[in-house]
Design a protein. Structure first.
Length: 255
């Protein structure tokens, strides 16, 4: 696919996806979802990529879904539009590489939902988060009603969903929506530094840890613990064996 909205660069095991539709504040449209689907498929097979960073160009991460494309849709068409976005964000969430959102500016509506689908979020002090759909008489369509309560708790999630309040990066940090806040000029460097740290770890272990944590979140505690035990032994005869030997021999592991 020829990418018109997304830009991809890769170096030192890290792929950076930049959403580049600044004239529309990077609003999400059908073309975006098609390109992101293709990019996720591409990244699945990129053995040189261990971690993915997503950011936006201009003053927005993503300011929301493209209202101009949504207006006039029938109920059936709206449901389909929701399902397309949910499928794309779920595939991103299930990518077997960690995905970091580097939130540079407005992350509203579908933009906040994109950030929620990433594994964790690093925000600029200029970032703003919100789910303003009720202002339009709508509800979120890309799984904010499901991911947001799991991340910040039901009370915090319903507050954001029902008031449509736009919150600062500092408030997002306080409620656990983001994990780190940095100055705007330091954002990409901070995200890449975290990505490099993760890329230096055992790649098989990183993949398994993400998989087990995400699957376990949907299970009861005992089932989640059983899932962890099931996968604990997976790396013992390869990557884990090398890591433990390297530790005992006081040398860096050779992944």
């Amino acid at each position: 696919m020829t990418y018109e909205i997304l830009k991809l660069s890769a170096a030192e095991g890290i792929a950076t996806i930049t959403i580049s539709r600044p004239q529309a504040l990077n609003a999400l449209n059908t073309r975006f979802f098609a390109e992101m689907d293709a990019m996720v498929d591409e990244l699945k097979s990129r053995e040189d990529v261990k971690v993915v960073v997503i950011t936006g160009e201009g003053k927005a991460f993503v300011a929301g879904a493209d209202i101009a494309e949504m207006v006039g849709k029938s109920q059936a068409q709206a449901r389909e539009f929701s399902q397309v976005g949910q499928k794309t964000f779920r595939s991103l969430e299930l990518l077997d590489k960690p995905v970091i959102a580097a939130v540079n500016g407005f992350a509203l509506g579908g933009g906040c939902e994109l950030a929620l689908a990433c594994d964790f979020r690093i925000a600029s002090t200029k970032a703003k988060f919100g789910q303003p759909e009720v202002n339009l008489g709508l509800i979120p369509g890309y799984a904010a009603t499901q991911r947001l309560p799991r991340l910040v708790g039901l009370g915090n999630a319903l507050y954001l969903l029902l008031t449509a309040e736009m919150i600062t990066a500092e408030e997002a940090l306080r409620i656990g929506l983001v994990q780190k806040v940095v100055e705007p000029e330091a954002l990409l460097d901070a995200a890449l530094a975290v990505a490099k740290t993760i890329a230096s770890k055992g790649p098989k272990a990183v993949k398994i840890a993400k998989q087990v944590a995400r699957q376990g979140l949907m299970m009861d505690f005992e089932s989640g613990c059983a899932l962890e035990s099931q996968h604990f032994g997976d790396p013992f005869e390869n990557e884990g064996a090398e890591g433990m030997r390297a530790f005992l021999e006081k040398r860096p592991p050779k992944w």
